[in-house]
Design a protein around this ligand. Structure first.
Ligand code: NAD
Length: 544
């Protein structure tokens, strides 16, 4: 990676990529014009980390902690990543879900410094030149949102920028993608959130959302501009509303290296959790019957991955799809319904219409419930008791975020199934003591998958990001779940192992790229070494 000329003096202290604060040593202070601009005592990074943790933990709530960490990222990125990487369990819920959701809701009110690129409808015709304003030229991952469906929180317009910013922090923290190779983008196409439009502190364009041809033209121009300005970049679509998400993925997936984490990343991480659950229950994938509560990006993405896995085992597509049943806001998704949008149709089976989840559980006798509707408390005691009567080790995956939206809590899942549920969630839940045993709920966090996918695509310079790569990622993740994890009821590895997970996934993804002729970089003799060499470590470098 090219390193631009080192700044001196105050400009160096204000450069977040190179600033080391009190860790500049005596010689550097003399050589770089820093003498007097820093307090005299030189401190090492470990001491600085101690100060950060002390300050951060003193804050009154997680939103304040989020603001504090964002400020650290703005002044010293190396220290920011040292803190995040070494305390991932504590930091992930602050820099990402659930706190990032709160931050996006009030983004205009807590706004200090901009981060990322904001592109609005007024930029039509000049997006390519606008990309030249970004200070780093070797961009390898672009995460873009239009803010229409932020987590489970709906349309937050330009406030959604917190999501690409947070996701890219995770790319660096979890897979070591260099911070200067990451570009967060918000396409500000307006918002249909009336409260925001009337908020004087809102940072976005206060107009209704752009739709139709004008919207498509803006996205097209953006994608082409990215391909031209950053030809080696992977484009990740993030938190688009569900009418656009499926469409945009179909439009661009064969044109450029592009994926949608809400659909494909979710699919892979949950498939990995299902594979681990099968090790606990002793069943096979083809013996399972899944009911999805919610037929949006997450649900369809997961079902598509289950179908791909079953097809890999030699089962036909139609038969594989019949293992997956969906309930949407109207009831069971069945063929006789005339109100189904395109992405639900492959899962509309020939069956009488059933009005709700309780009836569907009774009649369809599932082995797994997957909650992805963003509607809380829908896995009731009655439903889980019925499920547990029909199945020895049911999977209960309450994936809706944030925590307040979960279909049931970990405690409820274990209690209402007599300790037999294999539980996983979207947001973290604390361990639960039940029946003399401690259960540690696994979190089906997308961060297990997308950073490794990005790293694998970078190492191989993959020209496309394919479904097969996500399937390979799910297998790689499931392989890293230990007997010890399973004994605790945890279907994912501990988050603390995430860099190892990302490295394994990157290798699996790069292997697919090489096998399928999608790699634009020759295969290194030692792929694992090449992956590890690419991973950024947040250590200070010497400037002398
Ligand atoms: P989405 O908006 O694309 O889909 C939500 C779906 O739920 C829609 O089809 C909607 O019609 C349906 N729905 C809403 N209310 C319902 C109800 N009462 N009964 C039945 N269906 C109902 O959103 P998405 O991207 O699919 O995300 C859904 C949820 O899953 C969110 O809360 C999100 O945070 C969570 N999620 C979790 C993970 C994870 O754990 N790794 C990943 C992605 C999404």
């Amino acid at each position: 990676m090219s390193t631009p000329e080192i700044q001196r003096g105050v400009r160096l202290l204000h450069d977040p990529v190179r600033n080391k604060g009190t860790a500049f040593n005596e010689k550097e202070r003399d050589a770089l014009g820093l003498r007097g601009l820093l307090p005299p005592r030189v401190q090492d990074q470990a001491t600085q980390v101690r100060r950060i943790l002390e300050n951060m933990r003193r804050k009154e709530n997680d939103l304040e902690r989020y603001i504090y960490l964002a400020a650290l990222q703005d002044r010293n990125e190396t220290l920011f990543y040292r803190v995040i990487m070494d305390h991932l369990d504590e930091m992930m819920p602050i820099i990402y879900t659930p706190t990032v959701g709160q931050a996006c809701q009030v983004y205009g009110h807590i706004f200090r410094r901009p981060r990322g690129l904001f592109i609005s409808a007024q930029d039509r015709g000049r997006i390519r030149t606008l990309l030249d304003n970004w200070p780093h030229r070797d961009v390898r991952i672009v995460v873009v949102t239009d803010g229409e469906r932020i987590l489970g929180l709906g349309d937050l317009g330009a406030n959604g920028m917190g999501i690409p910013v947070g996701k890219l922090s995770l790319y660096t923290a979890c897979a070591g993608i260099h911070p200067t190779q990451c570009l967060p983008v918000t396409l500000d196409v307006g918002t249909d959130n009336e409260e925001l439009r009337h908020d004087p502190l809102y940072i976005g364009v206060s107009e209704h959302r752009l739709r139709g041809g004008a919207y498509d033209a803006l996205v097209d121009e953006f994608v082409e501009a990215v391909q031209d300005a950053f030809p080696r970049a992977v484009l990740q679509l993030e938190d688009f509303g569900n009418a656009n998400a499926f469409r945009l993925l179909e439009r661009y997936r064969d044109r450029t290296a592009c994926f949608d984490d809400d659909i494909q990343g979710t699919g892979a991480v949950i498939l990995a959790g299902i594979y681990s659950s099968l090790r606990l229950s002793g069943g096979t994938l083809s013996e399972q019957r899944f009911i999805f509560m919610g037929a949006g990006e997450a649900g369809i993405g997961i079902a598509d991955n289950i179908v791909a896995a079953l097809m890999h085992e030699g089962i036909g597509q139609e038969e594989a799809r019949e293992r997956c049943w969906f309930i949407d806001s109207k009831g069971l998704v069945v063929r006789s319904r005339t109100d189904l949008v395109e992405h639900k149709r492959p899962y509309a089976h020939d069956h009488e219409f059933l009005p709700d989840l309780a009836t569907a559980v009774e009649r369809l006798q599932p082995t797994a419930l997957i909650g992805v509707s963003g509607t809380p408390h829908t896995f009731t005691r009655e439903i889980l008791e019925t499920l547990a009567q029909q199945c020895e080790r049911p999977m209960v995956f309450a994936l809706s975020n944030p925590t307040s939206k979960a279909e049931c809590t970990a405690q409820q899942a274990y209690e209402w199934t007599d300790g037999r549920a294999i539980f996983a969630s979207g947001s973290p839940f604390a361990p639960v003591d039940y029946g003399g045993k401690t259960f540690v709920p696994g979190q089906g966090n997308n961060a297990y998958i997308f950073p490794g996918v990005g790293l694998g695509a970078i190492v191989s310079e993959a020209s496309r990001v394919t479904d097969e790569m996500f399937f390979a990622s799910a297998r790689a993740l499931a392989d890293l779940v230990s007997q010890h994890d399973l004994a605790l009821g945890r279907v994912y590895p501990p988050l603390a192992n995430i860099r190892e997970v990302s490295a394994a996934i990157a290798i699996a993804v790069a292997e697919v790229a090489y096998e399928r002729g999608l790699a634009q970089r020759p295969r290194p003799d030692d792929l694992e070494a090449a992956v590890r060499a690419e991973m950024f470590e947040p250590d200070y470098r010497s400037y002398l």
